[in-house]
Design a protein around this ligand. Sequence first.
Ligand SMILES: NC(=O)C1=CN([C@@H]2O[C@H](COP(=O)(O)OP(=O)(O)OC[C@H]3O[C@@H](n4cnc5c(N)ncnc54)[C@H](O)[C@@H]3O)[C@@H](O)[C@H]2O)C=CC1
Ligand SMILES: O=C([O-])C1=[NH+]CCC1
Length: 369
Amino acid sequence: MSRNVGTNKRLRPVFIDEDLVKQLLDWHEARHAIEQAFVAVSNQSREPGARYGDQPVSSQPARTFVQAEGGVLLCMPGFVGQHQLTSGSDERTSTLACKLITSFRKNASVGLPSINGEVFVFSSTTGKLEAIVEANYLTGIRTATASLVATDHLFLRPARASAPDGMVSIQLGIVGCGFQGMMHAVGFVRTQSMARVRTIRLWNRTPARAAQLKELLIEERKKTDSNYSVFVCDTVEDCCRDCDVIVTATGSGEPLVYRSFLKQKVHINAVGAGEYHHAELAQDVYDDCQVYIDHWEGARKELATLRSNIVGEVGEVILRESHPKGASLLPKPDGMSVFQSLGMASEDVTVGRLVYEKHLKAHDRSDRD
Ligand SMILES: NC(=O)C1=CN([C@@H]2O[C@H](COP(=O)(O)OP(=O)(O)OC[C@H]3O[C@@H](n4cnc5c(N)ncnc54)[C@H](O)[C@@H]3O)[C@@H](O)[C@H]2O)C=CC1
Ligand SMILES: O=C([O-])C1=[NH+]CCC1
């Protein structure tokens, strides 16, 4: 039964604005929500008889794009069944939600973010709209967290397992220091239990934006009691040099990163999109790497022109860690891995539900005060 059934006032969906989302969401809880989304999608991709009953499931069609004069509207509906809200809890919930998000590249000239969106959270038993969650920060934290999860499962966990003391430190490269580049850099420094960040190298088309991010990361260094160095680089090549982990988060329609810029073993989170999603990395990178995706359904449509070796979904890699049957999907020990992040509705579903549930909890508490 929906919690909103009751008075007329309670029938109205709640509106959770950007400031509240920032207060309610934290990196560690977001990580669990994103892992649930990845696993739900991959559990659903299995043959019905091979699905794991103790894992969530999902229903998520490829998203639709509506082209307008200045940009595009994406409609991203999804359902995640029987997902866990918090790590280790026995409590399960099911969530139906839809994110509507626009991408208008020239918005900076009028002082607005280029990406703007809302997540609509519905009751999965009555279909009633329960909450509208502003989704700019939400999209930032969920996209960065998807990259953190992919980096951890594909690159850092295997590295920790073979390190004598179980500890790993990385040099991180951020190509594109807009909102997503910033959220990714902050995400890596806030979750250093995965890997200590030694150095961060930044590149942006307009160097002033990279310099701004450097200032922010120096503030973060104090807050997180870290001792990494931060460099602003003049070229993408210099930014990528010697990096273990790279994030590309630009709107470039031309390749920015070439194989010759990279170490033999490196993990790249390719997040940005120009005209198509795999624009940022050169073909010689795709010729020499193993690609991991968030979901096949979207990849069949949005990565149709990608020429590379797509190994599978990140969620399937996670499922095989806890249910070790079949061949490992992990990258070759000395090879290069790319997480080709499209972004998917199930991520917004589980993170949208998390925000709404935390809002309800905070609200109940203040009612009692
Ligand atoms: N995979 C996913 O789940 C998501 C992907 N995105 C994509 O990430 C990218 C960045 O988004 P935001 O950071 O929110 O946008 P933003 O407007 O804050 O930043 C855009 C960045 O791209 C750079 N850029 C634009 N055109 C470029 C070019 N031709 N060459 C080099 N750099 C260029 C800008 O300098 C800036 O650093 C976009 O392509 C967006 O579509 C955004 C949200 C989710
Ligand atoms: O998944 C997402 O929210 C988006 N992907 C590209 C633009 C927004």
